[in-house]
Design a protein around this ligand. Structure first.
Ligand code: G3I
Length: 325
C-alpha cells in the first residue's frame, strides 16, 4: 500500500478528502482511512436516534469510537446531523412545546462533546421538496408538520448560538444539482439568511451515477451556490454502477460500466479542482465498495461498487483517475 499515493496528500492544496466511517469500517480499514482521508463523518453514529434514542438518555459509545479514532490520528470531523426527518426518535415530536428546548439541549450535549474535533455540522438535512411545483419544503417532515418553515431558521439560530464560533453551519441535501431542487435549496437558504447569515455552507450530498447529473449540471450548481456567497462541501459522494430504474437481473458489473464509472469519477474531481476556491471538503460516503450503503441497500440484495477502493483495500481504476492530474 505504501507506494500508492495518499488521496488527502495529493489534494492538500485543493480541499479536504473525507470518508463516512463507522466503528466497523474503522476496525477493518483503519490504516487505509488514516492514509487517504483528512476528514471523517460518522455514517450513522452522530444522528439523533443514535445518540439520544430516548429523552435524556445519551448513548455515545459508537460516536465516541469514531471521534476517538479521529482524535488519536488528528483527523477533523464533520458532524452529521441534527435536524432531519430520518433517524430521529418520535419522542421529540410528541410535545410541540418542548421540541425546541429539547433540540437545543441535544445540540449543546452532542455539539459540546465533539466541539474539539468537529469543524462543520450538517445542522439541517434534506428539508427541501423533491418535486417541482408547489411548496419548496418537504412537507412530510415532522419538523415541518410541527412548526412549518420556521423550524429552519430556528435550528440555525440555535446552532449559531450553541456551537463554537467558526463551526461551519451547513444545509445538506441530495439531488442538489438538479436545477429545480437546486433552486428550491437556494430559495430556502435565502429565507433562512434573510436577517443575517446563519447558513454559511451548502452540503451537496452527491449521490450520483455516471452521466447523472451531467457535468454541466454539476458546474452550474456549484456556480449558483457559490454566487450566493456559500462555501461548498461535497458531503456524501458515491457513484453507483447501476442505471436509474434498471431492470432486475441486468448485468451491470461489466468492463464498459466500470470504465464509465472511472471516467465519471475523473471528470467530477476535475470539476471539483476547478472550483477549489469554493469547495472546502469532498467526502466519499463510505470507505470500500462493500461498506457502502448502496451495496445491497436500499434495493435488497443488489450489490454495487460505488467507491474508490475494493474490499481488499485496493485502489480501483476510479481512484487512479481521481489522482491523475
Ligand atoms: O442498527 C441496525 C442494526 O441493529 C440492524 O441489525 C440492522 C438490520 O437492518 O439495521 C441497522 O440499522 C441500519 C443502519 O443504517 C445502520 O447500519 C438501518 O436499518 C439503515 O436504515 C441505516 O441506513 C442508513 C441510512 O442513511 C438511513 O437513512 C445508511 O447506513 C446511511 O449510509 C444513510 O446515510 C444517508 C445520510 O445520512 C443522509 N443522506 C443520504 C444517505 C444515504 O441514504
Amino acid at each position: 500500500m505504501s507506494e500508492i499515493v495518499s488521496l488527502a496528500e495529493k489534494y492538500k492544496d485543493y480541499f479536504k478528502i473525507g470518508a463516512a466511517v463507522n466503528p466497523r469500517s474503522i476496525a477493518k480499514y483503519g490504516d487505509l482511512i488514516k492514509k487517504h482521508f483528512n476528514s471523517l463523518t460518522c455514517e450513522n453514529e452522530m444522528k439523533f436516534i443514535s445518540v439520544q434514542p430516548e429523552r435524556g438518555v445519551f448513548t455515545f459509545d459508537a460516536a465516541d469510537t469514531v471521534a476517538n479514532f479521529a482524535r488519536e490520528n488528528g483527523i477533523p470531523m464533520r458532524g452529521h446531523t441534527f435536524v432531519w426527518h430520518g433517524q430521529t426518535p418520535r419522542w421529540i415530536f410528541e410535545d410541540k412545546d418542548s421540541a425546541y428546548e429539547e433540540l437545543a439541549k441535544h445540540m449543546e450535549t452532542v455539539g459540546g462533546r465533539y466541539a474539539d474535533i468537529v469543524y462543520a455540522w450538517d445542522v439541517v438535512n434534506e428539508a427541501a421538496n423533491d418535486a417541482d411545483g408547489g411548496n419548496i419544503y418537504r412537507e412530510r417532515s415532522p419538523w415541518y408538520g410541527l412548526f412549518g418553515e420556521s423550524y429552519l431558521k430556528e435550528a440555525f439560530k440555535m446552532a449559531k448560538r450553541i456551537l463554537p464560533a467558526g463551526t461551519k453551519l451547513v444545509y445538506n441535501d441530495y439531488n442538489e444539482s438538479n436545477p429545480g431542487k437546486r433552486d428550491r435549496i437556494i430559495e430556502m437558504i435565502r429565507r433562512i439568511n434573510d436577517e443575517g447569515i446563519l447558513v454559511d455552507t451548502v452540503g451537496m450530498q452527491s449521490h450520483w451515477r455516471p452521466g447523472s447529473p451531467s457535468l454541466d449540471m454539476i458546474c452550474e450548481a456549484i456556480e449558483k451556490y457559490a454566487a450566493e456567497g456559500l462555501r461548498i462541501h461535497i458531503t456524501e459522494l458515491d457513484v453507483s454502477m447501476h442505471e436509474w430504474n434498471e431492470a432486475p437481473g441486468t448485468v451491470w458489473d461489466t468492463p464498459e460500466r466500470a470504465e464509465e464509472h472511472a471516467k465519471y469519477y475523473g471528470d467530477i474531481f476535475a470539476i471539483f479542482r476547478k472550483y477549489k476556491d469554493h469547495i472546502d471538503s469532498v467526502t466519499l460516503w463510505g470507505v470500500t465498495d462493500g461498506t457502502s450503503w448502496l451495496n445491497g441497500f436500499p434495493v435488497r440484495g443488489r450489490p454495487d461498487k460505488a467507491l474508490l477502493f475494493t474490499d481488499d483495500g485496493m485502489p480501483k481504476e476510479a481512484f487512479y483517475r481521481v489522482i491523475d492530474f
